[in-house]
Design a protein around this ligand. Structure first.
Ligand code: C2E
Ligand code: CA
Ligand code: CA
Ligand code: CA
Length: 275
């Protein structure tokens, strides 16, 4: 036990040392992976529930480390955020996804996740503008996904940054909706185009009255606020049926397509190409 500068008592254990060393190794391997272009984007379809037609793709980061194997984003994104690496990493994701989508014969939408840390950077709107310009992607096709937690960290600054980005013609989606603690206020205050119903509600949809009530309420809310809505994590027919019965037309989930390398979806983005 060590007495730190203030009154806080900091505990050290060999386990924490190990966790700390592991994180440092992860951060350093990730930095190398970014420099050597060893990261990859997978693309998951976002569909019309009625005819299953793909309208857009969400880009999801994948990292396979030589020593550690496949490291899930849930593991390395927080570390990238702590170390600041998320700034160049997030820019790489945005640039790669925009250039990719700009090359498709079919002008489908492209969703890109933004980290809370990126949303605190005043330069973000200029970075987005520059990437749109370089890639030639129509701004209307780009949808940036932000979480409520990211926005409420510094609401005034996030607000300014988001409205500057929206002026470029880019869409904003509220990711993981319902899992933060100020969802309704956030919707009122931020220029959001679409709500993404979190998969934790969708998963429980069948046989759980509360989850059903929440999902119905979110769908109605988005209609009343004239926002688009999409449900995430749709895995079963029952879930999909519930959603369409309640007028949620856009869906994303394993049932409609897993995140995969874009080459697996070549026949979708280049409809002339034989599958
Ligand atoms: P998210 O943005 O909420 O992404 C959805 C996650 O759910 C993805 O996990 C996706 O693979 C998974 N998923 C999709 N459909 C289903 C389904 O039907 N069932 C289940 N059980 N899961 C489904 P993934 O790819 O592991 O990403 C996890 C999180 O990591 C993402 O959650 C996002 O917060 C973050 N992330 C991924 N890529 C990026 C990125 O490029 N930048 C940032 N800042 N965060 C990213
Ligand atoms: Ca997302
Ligand atoms: Ca989500
Ligand atoms: Ca999530």
């Amino acid at each position: 036990v060590k007495q730190s500068g203030g009154n806080d008592v900091v505990f050290y254990s060999s386990e924490m040392d190990e966790e700390y060393r592991f994180k440092r190794q992860l951060a350093s391997n990730l930095r190398v992976a970014l420099e050597n272009e060893q990261l990859e984007l997978y693309y998951q379809p976002q569909c019309h529930a009625d005819d299953k037609e793909i309208q857009s793709f969400e880009a999801l980061l994948r990292w396979k480390d030589a020593e550690l194997g496949q490291v899930p984003p849930g593991r390395f994104i927080p570390i990238a955020e702590e170390t600041g690496l998320i700034i160049p990493l997030g820019e790489w994701v945005l640039r790669t996804a925009c250039f990719e989508a700009a090359g498709w014969d079919k002008p489908l939408g492209i969703g890109v996740n933004l980290s809370a840390v990126q949303l605190q950077k005043h330069e973000l709107p200029e970075v987005v503008a520059a990437i749109l310009e370089e890639s030639g992607l129509d701004p209307k096709r780009l949808e940036l996904e932000v979480t409520e937690t990211a926005l409420i960290h510094n609401p005034a600054r996030s607000m300014k940054i988001l409205s500057d980005i929206k002026k470029l013609g880019v869409r904003i989606a509220m990711d993981d909706f319902g899992t933060g603690y100020s969802s309704l206020a956030t919707l009122q205050n931020f220029p959001v185009d679409r709500i993404k119903i979190d998969q934790s509600f969708v998963t429980k949809l069948v046989g759980n009255a509360q989850a059903g009530a929440i999902v119905r309420a979110v769908i109605n809310l988005s209609r009343d606020l004239a926002l688009d809505v999409i449900a995430e994590g749709v895995e079963t027919d029952e879930q999909a049926n519930f959603l369409t019965d309640h007028d949620c037309r856009a869906v994303q989930g394993y049932m409609f397509g897993h995140p995969r390398p874009i080459s697996d979806y070549a026949h979708i983005v280049h409809p002339q190409t034989p599958a």
